[in-house]
Design a binder for this molecule. Structure first.
Ligand code: A3D
Length: 320
């Protein structure tokens, strides 16, 4: 059986880490694309040279021409610019929207059957635009954010309770921004919901509230520390999990920015919801019950994503 082909559109911090992880996990052959000539070629060769040491077989190549992504099974998109300290994700919209237009055309021409995972910010608006620019089926284009936001939430909870990260599940809903909605009711430690963890006296409500806020600010915390860019290890690991679920038809239940067609009372937009990812891409959007307070927070988050979509329409009339 031929190896799968993974195209990484954008070979910066996240793109390089994606290539390394995809190699280590033997997900397939890897093509790194970027407009900065030399970067994708150099990173691909460097990672390829690590393969005898780590013992993985994958062909890695770097390119500045879209034709090299031809026939890709998965495209992971990080092309664009990241945040600098003091910037919000939304400040990136104008530049990255133009990048999505180019990327969408490249994927439509050379990899129309791929499963596309967008990471470029502001995530929910960019993945929505990328789907429109590429014209690929909506179930084959999704955005990575929920796996990362949930991973941050899980890590903070596990660290606080001094338990294994493996035994903490967490759930973050809504847009990938300051209004994201970490859902404590649907998050658990060894099956015990976080609300029960508080009522049992294992963690104080105040601490949980702090962790929820730290999760919301998780991206900014890293940007503040790095100063020259944004997080890349955890975002790459998260996207690789989604790609693996697709390539191996694992049907993992993962939060991701998915196209909604009536679910949660929303249409023609992308926002973070629980999904099942398998061989058909986003195979199902799971609709969970939200109480009044959760719904209010979700609606606030949805409205902020809608605002970004309107801004995109203002810049590019073809999206209207
Ligand atoms: P960076 O290291 O700057 O890499 C971006 C790469 O894109 C650079 O190598 C650029 O040369 C390249 N590029 C720019 N324009 C184009 C183009 N038109 N075509 C192809 N390549 C292009 O950034 P990064 O890897 O740290 O981050 C990439 C994106 O991911 C940014 O928009 C971040 O804001 C975003 N991001 C999202 C999350 C989410 O959870 C959604 C987390 C972290 C970062």
């Amino acid at each position: 059986m031929a190896r799968k082909k993974i195209a990484l559109i954008g070979s910066g911090q996240i793109g390089g880490t994606l290539a390394h992880l995809a190699g280590l996990k033997e997900l397939g052959d890897i093509v790194m694309f970027d407009i900065a000539d030399g970067i994708p070629q150099g990173k691909a060769l460097d990672i390829a040279e690590s393969s005898p040491v780590d013992g993985f077989d994958a062909k890695l190549s770097g390119t500045t021409g879209y034709e090299a992504i031809e026939g890709a099974d998965v495209c992971i998109v990080t092309a664009g610019v990241p945040r600098k300290p003091g910037m919000s994700r939304d400040d990136l919209l104008g530049i990255n929207l133009k990048v999505m237009q180019q990327v969408g055309a490249g994927i439509a021409k050379y990899a129309p059957n791929a499963f596309v995972i967008c990471i470029t910010n502001p995530l929910d608006a960019m993945v929505w635009a990328l789907q429109k620019f590429s014209g690929l089926p909506r179930n084959k284009v999704c955005g990575m954010a929920g796996v990362l936001d949930s991973a941050r939430f899980r890590y903070f909870i596990a660290e606080e309770l001094d338990v294994s990260v493996e035994d903490v599940t967490a759930f973050v809903l809504g847009g990938h921004g300051d209004t994201m909605v970490p859902l404590t009711r649907y998050s658990s430690v060894g099956g015990i919901s976080l609300d029960d963890v508080v009522s049992m006296g294992w963690m104080s409500q105040e601490k949980l509230d702090q962790i929820v806020q730290r999760t919301r600010d998780g991206g900014a915390e890293i940007v503040g520390l790095l100063k020259t860019g944004s997080a890349f290890y955890a975002p790459a690991a998260s996207a690789i999990m989604m790609a693996e679920s697709y390539l191996k038809d694992k049907k993992r239940v993962l939060p991701c920015a998915a196209a909604l067609k009536g679910e949660y009372g929303l249409d023609d937009m992308y926002v973070g919801v629980p999904t099942i990812i398998g061989e058909n891409g986003v195979e199902k959007v799971i609709e969970i019950d939200l109480d009044i307070a959760e719904r209010e927070e979700f609606d606030k988050s949805v409205n902020s994503v809608k605002g970004l979509m309107e801004a995109c329409k203002g810049i590019d009339a073809s999206l209207a």
